[in-house]
Design a protein around this ligand. Structure first.
Ligand SMILES: Cc1cc2nc3c(=O)[nH]c(=O)nc-3n(C[C@H](O)[C@H](O)[C@H](O)COP(=O)(O)OP(=O)(O)OC[C@H]3O[C@@H](n4cnc5c(N)ncnc54)[C@H](O)[C@@H]3O)c2cc1C
Length: 564
């Protein structure tokens, strides 16, 4: 058995991204006497969604109310959202913007000292340095951080099965850690790499969602029996082609129109026809429809920008997507006039979408002592950075409130040691597969049979059943992967996690027999929305390796349906 370093702390945070770092800061500010540890897969200075920086606070209420925010989120998501979670986030959003500003992130203001708005819920941020600033606050608040130390499994209490810690292995040294805590908060974000990325070869890591977000927090929760929700509502980002920069910066930031290859402003035409603003999902759907009609690709027409506006756009992109800047300035004397847009590959994500842990209003998962916040937590789409901060704060508040009651625990050390053996198995294994081969096969299956971008995101029962069969064969092969270094071990474990998440995703997609969120969830064999049967949550729990689907009522107390 490898030498194991056993550490005890009060609060363990898994994942030092947006929510994780802020959770640590909130915990130390509210209870400085408690010990807080963050276990982070990369390095908190530049990890997760904020690694490249951000240029907007996407959820800030300008002359609006939390109730109006809830109404917007409901409408944009066809009425299946956790209203309690969304409202609780809405009540804290603007205070979280202040937290961002207090960290030292510049939020420009106009001459009346008001934030500069991009829309009624979005303000401009000069956030290229946001993650380094957050990480400085983490260190100055006395939080202990273990960088390059990904967590692979959870530790349980031997008496009541509650979660009392996590097992991690340092990528550089292969040192094994078992960290025990009175409460564990998972903040590992969503999952990329499930579907084939749109860029090939060495550019395949140029994805919208962080390429190292393998959804491992979700996977460790699934293995431990936590309930998951709404995986079938995948998130697909509409992005600029190839360099995968955000289109919000273009569409909201410049107000320039989206048009098809013939120059027709198809979004404006649709809005006029429908007599309403289109939803976020429809912005993608209508672009796909143009492709299907033979009038694609689609563009944002920026020919109307003057020199100053054009350079303003360049500056905004410098704050979060520098690669598009090379493209925008490739000929300094000539402005680009049309920027091509397309859909990304689908992601599992609870920050823009609502796939993730099933939690309650206090951000407790269904496993005791185990909390989830940020993109890993389900039920509340459109939470973005301020919503992630808000969830982190709510989780910490609950942990602190009940801390004395949950202080004592008795970890099942024997099971934890078994998990360590299982995690380390690929190191020195005689297996003949490397993780790239398994990852490629996974992405091919998901792309072709589970609604990837080349399939216009559409799925049907028969294709999903094939995906399910192929995945079960692939799942059996994952034990043949070998690793020679700590980094390879991480990639192997990421691949195992992605296969598990894909299996859960397929079950969710099969269970929702309607089309609710176009492109995010389109069933060719059930093309209509069916409010009568499916205005519900599709949830799942894994037990002894098999995935069981549960249906839950849309409204509190979210009873399980079909169970007496
Ligand atoms: C490209 C992009 C642009 C965005 N733009 C905006 C915007 O302009 N405005 C806005 O408000 N919101 C924006 N968002 C949304 C917002 O950034 C996210 O919702 C938010 O940052 C997610 O925070 P998180 O803590 O859940 O995840 P992350 O910040 O991604 O943090 C997850 C952390 O967990 C770590 N981790 C993963 N697995 C493990 C493991 N097994 N063990 C230990 N650590 C692990 C990761 O390395 C990472 O540090 C954007 C998101 C993306 C992806």
């Amino acid at each position: 058995m490898e030498k194991i370093r056993r550490i005890k702390t009060d609060i363990l945070i898994i994942g030092g991204g947006t929510a994780g770092c802020l959770a640590g800061i909130f915990a130390k500010q509210k209870a400085p006497h408690l010990d807080v540890i963050i276990l982070e897969k990369a390095n908190i200075v530049r990890s997760g969604c904020l690694a490249m920086g951000l240029n907007a606070v996407n959820a800030h209420l300008i002359d609006s109310t939390p109730e109006a925010y809830l109404e917007y989120v409901k409408k944009d998501n066809y009425n299946v959202v956790r209203s309690d979670l969304v409202l609780s986030i809405g009540k804290r959003l603007n205070r979280m913007t202040e937290v961002i500003e207090n960290l030292g992130v510049p939020l420009p203001r106009d001459k009346d000292d008001k934030y500069i708005s991009r829309s009624s819920r979005s303000i401009v941020m000069h956030g290229e340095q946001i993650k380094p600033l957050i990480s400085e606050a983490v260190i100055s608040n006395g939080i202990k951080v273990y960088n390059r130390t990904p967590v692979y499994r959870l530790v349980r209490d031997s008496d009541d099965g509650s979660i009392t810690g996590a097992i991690a292995v340092n990528v550089r040294t292969c040192e094994v850690f078992i960290v025990e805590a009175s409460a564990v908060l998972v903040c590992t974000g969503g999952a990329s790499g499930i579907y084939r990325p749109s860029n090939p070869g060495l550019a395949r890591t140029k994805t919208w969602y962080c390429p190292y977000s393998a959804g491992s927090g979700l996977a460790m929760g699934i293995r431990a029996g936590a309930e998951m929700t709404s995986f079938e509502m995948r998130f697909v980002a509409l992005r600029t082609k190839d360099v995968i920069a955000p289109t919000g910066t273009l569409v909201l930031g410049t107000r320039m129109p989206q048009c098809n290859a013939r120059g027709e402003k198809f979004i404006d035409i649709k809005e006029e026809m429908l007599g309403r603003k289109i939803t976020t999902a429809e912005r993608l759907l209508f672009a796909i429809e143009e492709h299907k009609k033979g009038t694609g690709p689609c563009y944002v027409d920026v020919s109307g920008l003057n020199r100053e506006q054009y350079y303003n756009l360049v500056e905004n992109y410098l704050n979060m997507a520098p690669s598009i800047v090379l493209d925008l300035l490739k000929n300094p004397d000539e402005q680009q006039t049309h920027i091509e847009v397309c859909g990304s590959e689908p992601y599992i994500n609870g920050g823009h979408g609502m796939a993730g842990f099933w939690i309650d209003e206090r951000r407790r998962t269904t496993l005791d002592r185990f909390y989830a916040a940020g993109d890993v937590a389900g039920g509340a789409p459109k939470k973005y950075i301020t919503g992630c901060f808000a969830e982190a704060e709510m989780a910490i508040e609950d942990i602190l409130e009940r801390f004395d009651a949950i202080r004592a625990y008795n970890s099942d050390y024997g099971s934890a040691e078994k998990s360590v053996k299982e995690i380390l198995m690929p190191l020195g294994s005689k297996g003949h597969l490397n993780y790239c081969e398994v990852e490629e096969r996974l992405q091919k299956i998901m792309e072709e049979y589970a609604g990837g971008s080349t399939q216009n995101y559409e799925v049907s029962r028969d294709k999903l059943m094939l995906a399910k069969d192929y995945l079960s064969v692939l799942d059996e092969k994952t034990c043949l992967m070998k690793a020679e270094t700590g980094h390879e071990l991480m990639r192997v474990q990421d691949t195992i996690d992605r296969v598990l998440l894909s299996r859960v995703l397929i079950e969710h997609m099969l269970a929702r027999q309607e089309t609710r969120w176009p492109c995010y969830q389109t069933r060719l064999d059930f093309p209509m929305r069916n409010d009568l049967e499916f205005k519900i949550f599709i949830n799942s729990v894994m037990n002894n390796g098999s995935i069981k689907i549960l249906k839950r009522d849309l409204n509190p107390p979210y009873d399980q349906l079909g169970v007496n």
